[in-house]
Structure formats: C-alpha cells, structure tokens
Design a protein around this ligand. Structure first.
Ligand SMILES: N[C@@H](CCC(=O)N[C@@H](CS)C(=O)NCC(=O)O)C(=O)O
Length: 216
C-alpha cells in the first residue's frame, strides 16, 4: 500500500484509540482524527456500523483499508512506519516476545476490562452487576500481578527496547486508575507508565485527546 494514503482514526478521548493514536504520533504520521460521540452511541449509528459492524471504537481508515480491532490497527501501523522502531525485526526472538505481549494485552486484560466497564453485558440479573464488576476487578488485579512480575526491573516489556507493547500497557494501566487497587499501585507498573508518559509523542496524544491528570 502506498505510504501517502490518507489515514483517519475514529476516536473518543481515552478509549482504545489511545494506543493507535500514540503510535501515529510516535511515527510522526500525518493523519486525521474523527470524533465518535460515544456517550450518544454514535458508534452504533448506521454510518459507523459500516466501518465496524461491532459498533466499537476505534477504527482506522488507511486509503481503501478500513480496519477495526485495536491490536490489529497497532500492528498495521508498526508495519507501515517501520522507521519508528515500535516493533522488533521480523523473525527474531524479540519479535516473538512482542507478539506475545500484544496478543496477551489485547485478549487478556483488555478483554477483561470489558466486564469491568460494561458489567451489565455479562449478566441478565441486574442485582448481579456489582458482583460481575468486582470479579472482573479481581481478575484484572491478578493479570497485572503477572505482568508486573514479568516486567520486573526491566525498562520496557521487551527489555532495553521500547515498543508499541509499552504504549499498550500504559493505556491499560490508565484504564484501571479508579479501581480499588489501581494498576499503578502494583510494583513496577507505575515506573513503566511514567517512562511512557514522559515521551513527547505520548504527551501530545494526551493533550490532543483532552485527557487531564491524573493520567494513571
Ligand atoms: N476488541 C475491540 C474492543 C473495542 C472496545 O471495546 N471499545 C470500546 C471503547 S474502549 C467501545 O467502543 N465502547 C463503546 C461500546 O461498546 O458501545 C478493540 O480492541 O478494538
């Protein structure tokens, strides 16, 4: 696909678009942001459902390509802007570790957050909603404990080299900031989040999305 195709990211401040948005800014890409009025359910409108039939945010438009799923968008952008160095060289053990983290973060904590933020989707019993949320929080805690232990005292998830997986982890740490045991309070995670937050591209992303402190 030619590099000069028009890129547009459908977003709502702080939603899962945060990851591809940070990647686009890390890469110095030209792109357009298209606001989706999430509180008013614009993601369920007929126009948006043509882009993502699941009615979820984000979507990336890259020329004729219309892509949903945050992790897929992130991986595509890493491939499209290799000079940004957000993914290790193909075929290396580091690349395999990168895939591990991208897959783990999307199908484990990110998926679990769905139950935390949308507990009513997980039960038909209104009285069970709080319990669903509490259990989701407990599972998220356990997941972040594992991530914390795996990260240890390394600078980044992959060791010495920063990658899109660190941006992904920052987004997930941030999402838990109002939990009874926020991820930032779990060893190693605050340090990682602060290192990612110190990056100018990340600061710009937060500023443009209008996200206010505390960020995590
Ligand atoms: N697996 C999807 C999940 C996306 C998702 O759940 N997005 C949330 C915002 S973070 C959303 O669209 N929520 C509104 C809704 O479900 O109506 C992805 O990674 O793109």
């Amino acid at each position: 696909m030619p590099r000069e195709t028009m890129l547009a990211l459908y977003y709502y401040p702080g939603n899962a678009n945060l990851l591809p948005h940070m990647i686009l800014r890390e890469a110095g890409a030209s792109f357009e942001l298209r606001f989706v009025d999430q509180p008013n359910r614009a993601q369920k409108s007929p126009e948006y459902l043509k882009l993502n039939p699941n009615g979820r945010i984000p979507v990336l438009v890259d020329g004729d390509l219309v892509l949903f799923e945050t992790a897929a968008i992130a991986l595509h952008l890493c491939d499209k802007f290799p000079e940004a160095g957000l993914a290790p060289t193909l075929g290396t053990p580091e690349r395999a570790a990168f895939y591990k983290w991208m897959m783990h973060l999307t199908n484990t904590p990110q998926a679990e957050y769905r139950a935390w933020f949308y507990p009513h989707e997980h039960t038909v019993d209104e009285g069970a909603v709080e319990g669903v949320k509490q259990k989701a929080g407990e599972r998220l805690n356990a997941m972040f404990d594992v991530i914390s232990a795996q990260l240890g005292d390394k600078t980044w998830l992959l060791g010495d080299n920063f990658s899109a997986a660190d941006l992904f982890l920052l987004m997930l740490i941030r999402w838990g900031r109002a939990m009874p045991r926020p991820p930032r309070t779990i060893p190693n995670l605050q340090g990682l989040a602060e290192r990612v937050l110190a990056r100018p591209a990340v600061q710009k992303t937060f500023e443009i999305e209008g996200l206010k402190a505390p960020f995590i």
